[in-house]
Design a protein around this ligand. Structure first.
Ligand code: GAP
Length: 512
């Protein structure tokens, strides 16, 4: 199965099992906007809880807030979003389709990378155990030719990006012969900048309405509340403020399902520290955040850091944590050392003092800030795409299973009476009534037990608990493990402890 095919199957699976629906689907949907269904919301909440508890409970110097989506318009002037939160756009005159010029070039570069990887794979197949990858990459003529071409295009592209040279973007597209995927032509318009913020009117026109923006990041809510939290919480630098909330961006090229959405959710933490200590904190937060990811058990090899070559004007260090999505390694989280750019600008524009008085040294300063920022939806996609598996069983049957990290699974246990008679439903319901206070459980009595197991596998339920006729006498149930499919007989009285051991989020948190 190609990665593309896997991705399509994943999207269909999400819809079939109530994880994600296209927004307002009965009206044919709204591009790049999605709703989380009955299973999706549970998984999403569990991801958020893992992040929130890791930030605010495990760190005594991090507290949380929940700021409004609407903010004073000056916020976005101070943050630089009004002036510079732009994407370079280009239209194809024949198809009337709009593209991001930088994405067209990056896609071209990705194709060169794919060609190189194909050559390497061929070499590996040809030479078997004797294959020396480093030597092959350094000497194979096809690889060298493609690499030289990549370097040349990449250098041109980076220069255009650094100098914000929109005419050069267009020239690169023309020189590389990039065509519109719809019309197949090179009939391109000039490249122009497009601001990604959604705006709306605040107050009635009679009152003199103001243009306000839907926040494109949650971080600014933290910066403008910084002084309130510091003072009311009597926080001492270094300390952090965490927030989970919606963000909105009018993405030009919104694709790859929930990877790039127009309405999405972020989990951001701004860590305020003394100027001069920020690189130490940057390093600590890089390590801390990678540990949080790897702790989920989805394979350390599926994550990597990607340090930014070009830094935003306010940053003095930046890296992405990339995850191996079905469409390659892509950004999952950003970690940025933002200096005093945000607080400094807000102080200047608002006229309010945002300095911190250090009682130990007697100094006053605007704190520096290290930010960790991850999209909830992107994290959801990472977990889901890694967990989706089609397996062929020993008896030749196939099953689809979501091997989700157990504490994140939407349903922790399914309670299944073998038949709908002989007093079995009553016992099953009793077990359900007992367990439901500790775990999200599902009671299911329709279809054969095999079909019910398959349905629970497909939503990633770690345990299926079957009540049969023997249960009436021995007060034991059959517990089936999602991953091993092993079944064991367990006394009803021991169920809670058994399930808890595997699904309790605190077990994950204790390993951090
Ligand atoms: N405050 C910093 C900030 O917003 P960013 O790199 O633009 O930085 C941070 O975004 C994270 O938010 C990304 O790593 C990604 O996980 C998520 N994200 C950004 N744009 C997104 C979009 N359109 N759809 C889904 N997630 C997005």
């Amino acid at each position: 199965m190609t990665q593309d095919e896997l991705f399509k199957i994943l999207v269909a699976h999400c819809k079939e099992y109530g994880f994600i629906f296209p927004s307002s689907e009965i009206y044919d949907g709204l591009a790049a906007v999605y709703d989380y269904g009955q299973m999706g919301v549970e998984l999403k909440n569990n991801i958020k809880q893992y992040w929130w508890n890791a930030m605010t409970r495990l760190n005594e110097n991090i507290v949380g807030i929940d700021a409004a989506v609407f903010m004073h318009p000056s916020t976005w002037v101070a943050s630089g979003h009004v002036a510079a939160f732009n994407d370079p756009l280009i239209d194809n005159r024949d198809s009337k389709k709009r593209y991001r010029a930088d994405v067209l070039i990056e896609d071209y570069l990705s194709k060169i990378e794919e060609k190189i990887e194909k050559e390497v794979a061929k070499g590996r197949k040809r030479f078997g155990d004797a294959f020396d990858e480093a030597q092959f990459r350094a000497t194979n003529p096809n690889v060298l030719r493609e690499k030289a071409h990549y370097d040349e295009v990449h250098a041109r592209y980076k220069k255009a990006e650094d100098t914000n040279d929109l005419a050069e973007y267009k020239q690169i597209i023309l020189d590389l012969g990039i065509v519109c995927p719809i019309s197949g032509t090179k009939n391109w318009t000039d490249v122009r900048q497009f601001n990604l913020m959604f705006s709306t009117q605040f107050g009635s026109t009679g009152e003199g309405a103001n243009t306000v923006y839907l926040r494109p990041e949650t971080a600014q809510g933290i910066f403008v509340d910084y002084i309130n939290v510091q003072k009311t919480g009597r926080m001492k630098v270094p300390f952090g403020i965490a927030q989970i909330g919606k963000a909105f961006r009018n993405e030009v090229v919104a694709r790859q399902f929930i990877f790039r959405m127009r309405e999405f959710e972020q989990m951001e933490m701004e860590f305020f520290c003394k100027p001069g200590t920020e690189m130490e904190w940057f390093k600590k937060w890089k390590e801390n955040r990678m540990k949080w990811h790897v702790n989920l058990g989805m394979g350390a090899e599926n994550y990597r850091f990607h340090d930014h070559e070009k830094l935003a004007h306010y940053a003095n260090a930046a890296t992405d944590i990339e995850f191996h999505f079905p469409f390659g390694f892509k950004e999952l989280e950003g970690i940025h050392s933002r200096t005093d750019f945000d607080l400094g600008n807000h102080q200047q524009l608002s006229g309010r003092k945002l300095t911190y008085f250090d009682p130990e040294t007697g100094e006053s300063y605007v704190p520096y800030c290290v930010e960790t920022s991850i999209g909830v939806d992107r994290m959801f996609l990472a977990v889901l795409s890694h967990s989706y598996k089609q397996e062929t069983l020993e008896n030749g049957e196939t099953r689809v299973v979501l091997s989700l990290p157990a504490p994140l699974a939407p349903v922790k246990a399914a309670i299944l009476p073998l038949v709908k008679k002989d007093g079995l439903p009553e016992v099953a319901q009793e077990i359900m009534n007992d367990l439901k206070y500790d775990f999200n459980c599902q009671y299911e009595d329709k279809d054969s037990i095999g079909k019910r197991y398959r349905r629970q596998d497909a939503i990633g339920t770690p345990y299926c608990i079957t009540v049969d006729h023997d249960t009436l006498n021995d007060h034991c149930v059959t517990v089936r493990d999602r991953d091993t499919m092993q079944q064991e007989r367990v006394p009803i009285a021991e169920l809670k402890a058994l399930i808890d051991k595997k699904v309790n989020l605190n077990n994950l948190l204790r390993n951090l």
